[in-house]
Ligand binder design. Structure first.
Ligand code: PMP
Length: 422
């Protein structure tokens, strides 16, 4: 018999202890999931158990406890491999987060393949972590960073959608790499990643995809997507902080010079010369965050639980209703929502907006007093927000464990806060 959606969502929420917290005397309504997600018990239990039963350095020792630790670390790598459908474990490198993954590629790729007069192409809706590393490495190489604009930047619209029609004209012979975003952390809009990648590949240009938000809200198959690099963070998909993943195509990863030098990334070392370990360890110098990384196994299992079967169906229905409700309420007079979709399916439940003549930070503080946690400020996407004419904004971002009821509480509290500040 089909279970009621409400019962299923209640079961999902019971697995995430932080959702029962009280803040300022109110039930916490946590709507800052684009910044980081709350952790399910299966990840919390796994982490505390690992600190007791699997706490030994990985890949180094001959004793059993160290084998347990190495096994947990490599099992998590295999889980990531299957979750994103990478061809082999050699394609999956553990880093400290999306930012670290992009910095690795920017540094190593530019060192090897980018020189004076070359161009690195990025997207107008990028997070700072997919802008700044390219600026730093372009400066070192004497290269230039160019931007695929959004419709706001070309004057064609106000959605913040990437103006893909501009791409053809930008893909000149001296473009060496294209760094794009699967789903913007401001607009919540899916970018036409497949279309962009095939346009770049037709000119022989490799593409890095920032999947920090994409991995959470859509199934990812890196082989079908045909991206050359894909980056994401564990903490945004129910795992530990300080852990990330870089997927790369094998020939490219092999062609790159190492990033950091140290233990575990070497084959042999003399005072004169070092040979490097094969992939993926070539890019994992030093003691990794092996406990955190191993938690990607239960974290991705939780993500699959939220996506599949009756739970997946219930979560999808609830999310559709949340998006429709929020879009309706945030189209009220005096509110500008950044990232209006053509239809509900084009958007994940990220809502970034401003209310006329009210400071977003003041709103966030009042909402906090009502138990509602939302982000305010620039959300690490200053150029995009500035293009909308905004110097800060308010962002409510939902996870699959959030409910329509919470969306309603948010809107009720927002209206109260707006009245108080008007
Ligand atoms: N890219 C996007 C689209 C993001 O939303 C974020 C996190 N807000 C990042 C990159 C950076 O992720 P991290 O801070 O985990 O490295």
């Amino acid at each position: 018999m089909k279970r009621a959606r409400h019962d299923i969502i209640t079961e999902v929420r019971a697995r995430v202890p932080a959702l029962n917290l009280k803040m300022n005397g109110e039930n916490l309504v946590y709507l800052d999931n684009a910044a980081t997600t709350q952790k399910p018990s299966q990840v919390l239990d796994f982490l505390s158990d690992a600190l007791v039963t699997r706490n030994a350095n990985v890949h180094r020792s001959m004793y059993e406890l160290s084998d347990f630790s190495t096994m947990a670390y490599e099992n998590a790598r295999e889980k990531v491999r299957s979750f994103i459908n990478a061809p082999s474990r050699e394609n999956v490198i553990f880093t400290s987060g999306t930012t670290a993954s992009i910095n690795l590629v920017a540094t190593c790729f530019c060192q090897r393949f980018v020189g004076r007069g070359d161009v690195i192409l990025i997207e107008g809706d990028s997070h700072h972590s997919n802008i700044v590393p390219w600026q730093i490495t372009a400066e070192r190489a004497g290269a230039e960073v160019k931007v695929i604009p959004t419709d706001v930047m070309t004057g064609a619209g106000r959605s913040g959608r990437v103006a893909v029609e501009e791409l053809e004209g930008l893909l000149s012979d001296n473009v060496k790499i294209l760094a794009i975003t699967q789903i913007s952390n401001i607009t919540g809009l899916h970018n036409p990643v497949g279309e962009i990648i095939s346009a770049a590949h037709s000119k022989g240009i490799p593409v890095l995809v920032d999947g920090a938000q994409g991995i959470v809200h859509s199934p990812v198959d890196v082989q079908a997507m045909d991206c050359d690099f894909y980056a994401f963070s564990a903490h945004k998909i129910y795992g530990a902080t300080g852990v990330g993943v870089l997927y790369g195509k094998k020939d490219l990863l092999e062609a790159l010079p190492p990033y950091m030098g140290g233990g575990d990334m070497v084959e042999t070392v003399t005072y004169q010369k070092t040979t490097y370990a094969p992939l993926p360890l070539k890019f994992e110098a030093g003691t990794p965050n092996f406990i955190g990384a191993s938690s990607l196994l239960p974290a991705l299992e939780f993500a699959e639980y939220l996506r599949n079967g009756e739970v997946g169906e219930a979560v999808k229905e609830e999310e559709g209703e949340i998006i429709a409700y929020m879009l309706d309420r945030l189209s009220a007079p005096g509110i500008e929502l950044y990232g209006k979709p053509y239809d509900v399916g084009e958007k994940i439940p990220i809502f970034t907006f401003n209310i006329e003549s009210i400071n977003a930070g003041d709103l966030a503080q009042l909402l906090d007093k009502m138990g509602v946690a939302v982000r305010s400020g620039l959300m690490c996407a200053e150029p995009l927000l500035n293009s909308f004419g905004a110097v800060s904004a308010l962002r409510a971002s939902f996870a699959p464990y959030n409910t329509l009821e919470e969306a309603k509480t948010f809107i009720r509290c927002l209206e109260r806060a707006r009245m108080m500040l008007s």
